[in-house]
Design a protein around this ligand. Structure first.
Ligand SMILES: [Zn+2]
Length: 259
């Protein structure tokens, strides 16, 4: 029979193949890109947008409120949590929206590589320190002109979210180490690498390292679910299931097969 697993066609065979590798592996490494919040119906955050400092919080606070402080968890996130139940997993998330923290997965297994909208940092990152934004958000709620300032140097505060240099990565260091420990300790067992909606905005964070791990791992399978960039590198084709399908269509169908 022709091996169809590397083709991008989304069909019953591919769902079965994905469910099979998940069933047969205790370990799952998950990578979440911008396609995940998109599949969840969340507004895409224009993080690279230049906003004048005096309008910074008036611009960003509504997004923080609608996504990070909102207690509603989109279904794709709870479905992912169900899929990981009972597995030894680790998640690297490039989104600062906090949805994965609310999905039901263990917080100790999430590496928020590009920050968290619920935290703040000094715009000059003067002391490599971050703060929980809660009390500041409450003040913004009362007074839309409120501008939080760094207690050390008085510079304006910004979201603790990666947009280039000056990002304070200190709160995520511990999980960064845990992420590498998970990868290193996975080399002897079957490993599923589940990549959801990771494109080419910052491929050096998740996509390229995932391809590299698959290439070097004797027993890893890459499951790439991506409507825009589903293909994998030639060398990994025999170890990959690439599906050009919306995450919100894929997850419930895979879950159904796992039940
Ligand atoms: Zn400062």
């Amino acid at each position: 029979m022709q091996d169809r697993t590397h083709e991008v066609v989304w069909d019953e065979k591919k769902i079965e193949a994905i469910a099979d590798v998940i069933k047969n592996s205790n370990r799952i490494l998950v990578g979440l890109g911008g396609g995940m919040p998109m599949a969840a119906g969340l507004e895409v955050l224009p993080l690279d947008k230049k906003v004048p400092q005096e309008k910074y919080w008036a611009h960003w606070y509504p997004y923080i409120k609608a996504q990070r402080l909102n207690k509603t968890v989109p279904e794709v996130y709870t479905q992912l949590a169900q899929l990981l139940e009972g597995k030894d997993y680790f998640i690297i998330d490039s989104n600062p929206d906090g949805m994965i923290q609310k999905s039901g997965v263990e917080l100790g297994r999430i590496y928020k590589a590009q920050g968290d909208m619920a935290r703040m940092q000094c715009s000059k990152n003067c002391k490599d320190q971050t703060w929980i934004g809660k009390s500041h958000f409450e003040q913004m709620e009362q007074d839309s002109s409120y501008e939080p300032r760094c207690p050390h140097c008085g510079a304006p505060m910004i979201m603790n979210v990666y947009v280039g240099k000056g990002f304070c990565e200190e709160p995520y260091q511990e999980k960064n180490s845990a992420y590498f420990r998970f990868i290193n300790s996975s080399i002897k067992e079957p490993l599923v690498i589940l990549e959801l909606g990771v494109g080419y905005t910052m491929p050096e964070l998740i996509r390229f390292p995932f391809e590299q791990i698959v290439m070097n791992h004797p027993n890893a399978t890459l499951v790439r679910i991506n409507t825009m960039h589903p293909l994998c590198v030639e060398e990994n084709k025999h170890k990959a299931i690439c599906a050009e399908v919306d995450i919100k269509e894929a997850l419930p169908r895979i879950l159904e097969k796992l039940r």
